[in-house]
Design a protein around this ligand. Structure first.
Ligand SMILES: CC(C)(COP(=O)(O)OP(=O)(O)OC[C@H]1O[C@@H](n2cnc3c(N)ncnc32)[C@H](O)[C@@H]1OP(=O)(O)O)[C@@H](O)C(=O)NCCC(=O)NCCS
Length: 182
């Protein structure tokens, strides 16, 4: 895993070209559905977010294949110009190419992203928003310890908002360690 780079653009375009798989990420207010436009937007806002807030999107790589194209991305949604405080609250987001989905990549990579936020950035709370029908994303959130918080209207439609705070994440880590030692 590493922050998204300009060289990831072709892999991002391939990802967004699979509109059936990426259906939940297609309707960004004020953006076209064009895979080239969307991937440039994702890349540029991530580069900006790392530069200004130290947190953006990380490219997910297959283990031992660090020179291969990224499988997808996971990290934090920060728009260009957003005045966020990463120590306060962040919004998480993710996508893994269809060919690599269902193999635990999003769960493994996002667990590391959460650890980075809670331990290194001192983030207090992380939220994630998805369509009520996006079962893989909801399942991922539950697996990572996010809890359903409320229904919201965002990204031009009804969404569900999940959240996890630092105390609950730390408690989950302690309990996982306890179970691992059994
Ligand atoms: C959501 C997404 C990132 C999950 O990535 P992934 O690498 O396949 O996820 P994982 O393999 O780590 O699985 C995480 C959990 O989701 C479940 N899951 C994966 N695909 C699923 C599917 N199609 N339907 C239901 N659950 C699914 C897994 O079983 C796992 O749950 P478990 O631990 O209880 O078994 C991926 O499906 C994706 O990129 N979707 C398209 C983009 C998208 O919708 N992003 C989110 C927008 S809010």
């Amino acid at each position: 895993m590493r922050p998204l780079e300009r060289d990831d653009l072709p892999a991002l375009e391939n990802l967004f070209a699979d509109q059936e798989h990426m259906w939940d990420l297609m309707d960004i207010p004020g953006r076209s559905n064009d895979p080239g436009d969307l991937s440039r937007y994702y890349l540029e806002r991530s580069l900006w977010a790392f530069e200004h807030h130290g947190a953006g999107m990380w490219g997910v790589l297959e283990r031992d294949r660090s020179n291969a194209p990224i499988l997808g991305y996971t990290g934090f949604v920060i728009d260009i110009g957003d005045d966020v405080n990463p120590a306060e609250k962040l919004e998480a987001g993710w996508a893994i190419a269809r060919r690599a989905a269902g193999k635990g990549h999003a769960a493994e990579a996002t667990a590391r992203v959460l650890e980075h936020a809670f331990m290194d950035l001192g983030t207090r709370s992380i939220q994630a928003i998805t369509s009520p029908h996006n079962l893989s994303s909801r399942r991922l959130m539950s697996r990572l310890g996010f809890a359903y918080d409320r229904d919201v209207v965002a990204y031009q439609g009804p969404q569900v908002l999940y959240a996890i705070n630092r105390q609950d994440w730390l408690a989950g880590c302690r309990s996982a360690k306890l179970h691992a030692s059994w």
